[in-house]
Design a protein around this ligand. Structure first.
Ligand code: NAD
Ligand code: TYD
Length: 349
């Protein structure tokens, strides 16, 4: 099996690649990544010399480049994660999200279809998506695979659009696709612009913790490795044309999560109880801020036997330990030094 992973230098992609190399040592894995601010090859340092792994720097918005790559490489499958992924950035700059998330996905679908030319046996195009396409829930109910799409942010609108194109390629051309929509992930190597790593970084530096609105929004948190394992399972055993929801059965209001994180950080850093919590600063709410996401993952459990393996308390402890044990990683990605390094390394070639 020769599998193309897009966005493999990012948070979820790097965990997925490490998992696949371990679980399927006979596979060849190609990681295609543009190395935006969110892509960091340091996330894969421990596996980069594996003989069955290779990295290609490239932009999925470049359709001609993709056509060439697919012609050269004869991939059996694609697991597509490359995306602009942060809601706040999408509010500031929506166009970039259309280019990568919508156009980039369509370019990949076109390249896969051309390379496979109707010879779809043993081929698979897996699109990794988000629960945010479903919009927001009130105080009860869960997102199922048949919940109508109702995206509110430019990020979720671009992911919803890409999901529709993936289904359209299945329905129109018979491309063997599968889609999963996952809840919020957490764990090591997440860029510190998302809630958990941002707040861990700010607490360690005694900087304010900007809580949007009243902190009453609810998210369903999933340990990133449980997502990687679900992707592996769905890639191999999911039904073509099907959608699978992935979630942690783990809903937290932002403020309760932040207070738990503050308690863990005080303990780990040997600070007096309450020190981290005193950094909380309530700020203007995010525009169009979805109130609640919560996933019904029963199809995945029933059909493929998947359940989350880690409690939130365990996962959060492990996450905090990782960031505190890798403060140089945090300093590097927040200083931007690593990006200058990559720019230089690749433009000088
Ligand atoms: P991330 O932002 O950490 O990583 C994205 C990766 O894509 C980076 O390595 C980046 O360099 C690369 N990339 C961006 N634009 C590219 C382009 N034009 N061409 C090639 N590569 C490009 O994101 P993540 O959190 O790892 O998310 C991965 C996928 O999972 C995304 O599709 C996201 O929508 C989805 N998802 C994320 C979450 C979450 O909680 N993080 C939850 C559900 C679904
Ligand atoms: P985030 O990690 O950006 O994920 P998403 O918006 O995709 O769910 O945010 C998680 C929640 O935390 C969301 O309700 C917004 C909130 N939030 C804050 O309150 N302050 C912050 O600085 C950030 C980044 C997020």
């Amino acid at each position: 099996m020769n599998i193309l992973i897009t966005g493999g230098a990012g948070f979820i992609g790097s965990h997925l690649i490490r998992h696949l190399l371990e679980a399927h040592p006979a596979y060849t894995i190609t990681n295609l990544d543009k190395l935006t601010y969110a892509g960091n090859l340091a996330n894969l340092r421990d596996v980069e010399s594996s003989p069955n792994y290779r990295f290609v720097r490239g932009d999925i918005a470049d359709g001609a480049f993709l056509m060439e790559l697919f012609k050269e490489q004869r991939f059996d499958g694609v697991i597509h994660l490359a995306a602009e992924s942060h809601v706040d950035r999408s509010i500031a700059n929506p166009t970039e999200f259309v280019v990568t998330n919508v156009l980039g996905t369509v370019n990949l679908l076109v390249a896969a279809r051309a390379a496979w030319e109707g010879q779809y046996d043993g081929k698979r195009f897996y699109h990794v998506s988000t629960d945010e396409v479903y919009g927001t829930l009130g105080s009860d109910g869960l997102f199922t695979e048949s919940t109508a799409y109702d995206p509110h942010s430019p990020y979720s609108a671009s992911k919803a659009s890409s999901d529709h194109f993936v289904r359209a390629f299945h329905d129109t051309y018979g491309l063997p696709v599968v889609i999963s929509n996952c809840s919020n992930n957490y764990g090591p190597c997440q860029f510190p612009e998302k809630l958990i790593p941002l707040f861990i970084n700010n607490i360690r530096l005694m900087k304010p913790l900007p809580v949007y609105g009243k902190g009453e929004n609810i998210r369903d948190w999933l340990w990133v490795l449980d997502h990687a394992k679900a992707i592996d399972l769905i890639y191999h055993r999911g039904t073509s044309g099907q959608t699978y929801n992935i979630g942690g059965h783990n809903e937290w209001t932002n403020i309760d999560l932040i207070k738990l994180l503050c308690r863990i950080m005080d303990r780990k850093l040997g600070r007096e109880a309450g020190t981290s919590q005193s950094l909380i600063s309530y700020v203007t709410d995010r525009a169009g801020h979805d109130l609640r996401y919560a996933i019904d993952a029963s199809r995945l459990q029933r059909e493929l036997g998947w359940t989350p393996s880690v409690t939130f308390e365990q996962g959060l402890e492990e996450t905090v330990d990782w960031y505190l044990g890798n403060q140089a990683w945090l300093d590097e990605v927040t200083s931007g030094a690593y990006q200058h390094y990559y720019e230089k390394m690749y433009t000088d070639r």
